[in-house]
Write a protein that binds this ligand. Structure first.
Ligand code: ATP
Ligand code: MG
Length: 557
């Protein structure tokens, strides 16, 4: 899959080219390292595009590694969804690994540190340790267990593994520097006791490595040349490098980049899980969710996500990206790919009174003006059609301002004829029930000999051929642009009107055979995707995005 071309190197590419030109590596190895404790979101998509994209660009390799060192929160359901999402984005991983595959190796590394006098078993509880830890400006004190001999530490560590101690009774710490200004260097935890089963190793282990211990060492084991992570890990880098040095293992280089934050949404698995568990959404793949599974179901395309990632690039400073830019990328891609069809969301019947009752005519409609190879389709035309209620005004403004239909006004029905409104009927509730018009036989599209000109062209569907469908219309999930700026519960900012269900819509009959996953443009309305909830006699469409482009309106390009 080709993404949009760019012109200059970003700072990570510069580092890589520099390392390659100095002969540090023959080729590069990257990895995408999700923790399988939730579904991936659009922020992860940025990291995926970056890691896999760089490997592609430099003819290197990229692994998929599950960072599964927190057994309480992890699950195979998440592992499966992560594989599916990465594949959907169009990437193939080189090796598939699990940090838990390395548990034995990591245990050996820990023993090596103990033997070198660089790690010790500490009996202080978390609370007790916090009291002696100090602050960035006040040096910490040593734990009274810090000077245990290597032999004693080794024995205790073996006993920890053997299950002799309860949760929290002991930890293994790196012995670094309790007065370091970097708090991560103040004897960080390498192993903790957790008597819980792991989704892959079952009951085999009751000690688990900390993130800092597992992550860098896994990178090294896989000979990852460049380990890309988000900026919050910058302060962990000295520890990352200390462990590599002390263990004398493959020197992976950690490089940090800014997280993706997106306006009007949250990109945090923890918060997204809260929305799922609290039933604020229908699930991880609710089309309003910024998860990869959510945007896929909504109808965003892999190419649009990749173009978006390319467009935002990588930076060294955190910021917030306008969701309109992502939506712009989606529109841009669908404009090229999605066939146009007629879908009338708010139908009102229009009767062409001078058209014979039983007469039907087959018209040709263009599937995609952006793609000639998409061809044409047949559209049946008959005496009764549906047009959108918004296209008719009983008392319209001047014809210079209102090009659509009104009493005595003329418009073209797309691909068909020019019609003139001759009247309308209202129901008891005051709503327009039917509109009457006459067509001009000389004005057939493509064969017009009338010389007439009209400014308005309306969408329509033939009433007796049309099908009814359920249309799910989405608005932003949150009402606030920057959810990083709030102090109270993020759920207070949920948009109560983020889902609107329309059951009135009438669609052209050709959609009868639509399949789940099909994507179309309802002309003049927006892009829609056939949802998984559809059945043979009840189609459900998700509105992917409207045609109105806020990004361009704001002056983007
Ligand atoms: P979350 O806070 O949502 O749980 P995480 O960083 O804990 O995210 P991981 O599964 O640990 O999630 O992340 C896998 C990879 O994706 C990491 O390298 C991480 O840095 C990257 N990543 C996660 N969120 C973002 C984001 N918003 N923007 C860019 N990269 C991200
Ligand atoms: Mg994480």
């Amino acid at each position: 899959m080709e993404t949009e071309k760019k012109t200059s190197l970003n700072f990570i590419e510069q580092i890589i080219e520099d390392d390659l030109s100095k002969g540090k590596h023959e080729s590069i190895q990257t990895r995408f390292p999700p923790e399988p404790n939730g579904y991936l979101h659009i922020g992860h998509a940025k990291s995926i595009c970056l890691n896999f994209g760089l490997a592609e660009e430099y003819n290197g390799k990229c692994n998929l590694r599950f960072d599964d060192t927190n057994p309480e929160k992890e699950d195979v359901e998440y592992v499966d969804s992560i594989r599916k999402d990465v594949e959907w984005l169009g990437f193939k991983w080189d090796g598939e690994y699990f940090a838990s595959d390395y548990f034995e190796q990591l245990y050996t590394f820990a023993c090596q540190l103990i033997e070198k006098g660089k790690a010790y078993v500490d009996d202080l509880t978390q609370d007790q340790f916090n009291k002696i830890k100090g602050t960035p400006t006040i040096p910490g004190k040593h734990s009274l267990y810090r000077d245990r001999t290597a032999a004693e530490n080794l024995k205790l560590f073996q006993d920890m593994r053997a299950g002799k101690y309860a949760n929290g009774e002991k930890v293994l710490r790196a012995k670094i520097d309790m007065s370091s200004p970097n708090m991560h260097m103040r004897d960080p935890v390498l192993y903790r006791i957790k008597h819980v089963d792991h989704h892959r190793t079952g009951g085999e282990w009751c000690i688990y490595p900390s993130y800092d211990f597992a992550h860098g060492q896994s990178d090294s084991i896989e000979q990852v040349t460049h380990s890309l992570c988000t900026l919050e890990f910058e302060v962990h880098r000295p520890l990352y490098e200390w462990l590599i040095r002390e263990l004398e293992i493959f020197p992976t280089r950690q490089i940090e980049f800014a997280r993706l934050n997106l306006s009007y949404t949250v990109v945090s698995k923890r918060k997204l899980l809260e929305l799922v568990e609290g039933k604020y959404v229908s699930g991880w793949d609710d089309p309003r969710m910024p998860t990869i599974s959510g945007i896929r179901r909504r109808g965003f395309t892999p190419q649009s996500v990749r173009n978006f990632a390319e467009r935002i690039g990588v930076a060294r400073r955190d910021g917030i990206i306008d969701v309109a830019l992502l939506e712009h990328a989606v529109r841009d891609d669908l404009n090229k790919k999605a066939n146009r069809v007629m879908g009338i969301l708010d139908p009102v019947k229009l009767i062409i009174t001078n058209w014979p009752e039983d007469k039907e005519e087959t018209l040709k409609a263009i599937n995609n003006p952006e793609d000639e190879s998409a061809g044409t389709r047949d559209m049946p035309f008959s005496r009764e059609v549906y047009i959108d209620r918004a296209d008719f005004k009983e008392d319209p403004p001047s014809p210079r301002k209102w090009f659509r239909l009104g009493p005595d006004r003329e418009v073209r029905l797309k691909y068909a004829y020019i019609i003139k409104c001759t009247g309308f009927k209202k129901g008891d509730d005051g709503e327009i029930e039917e509109i009457y018009a006459e067509y001009d036989p000389l004005t057939k599209s493509g064969e017009d000999t009338s010389g007439k000109k009209v400014k308005g062209t309306l969408g329509w569907v033939s009433a007796k051929h049309a099908i009814n469908a359920e249309i799910r219309l989405y608005d932003r999930l949150f009402m606030t642009e920057n959810l990083n700026d709030i102090d109270d519960d993020f759920k207070n900012y949920l948009n109560p009107n983020s889902l609107n269900i329309n059951s009135r819509a009438m669609l052209e009959g050709s959609l009868k055979s639509a399949n789940v996953g099909d994507q179309v443009q309802f002309e003049r309305v927006g892009y829609f995707r056939v949802d998984e909830d559809s059945t043979t006699d009840h189609l459900v469409f998700n509105q992917t995005i409207t045609l109105r482009d806020d990004w361009q309106k704001k002056g983007g390009n």
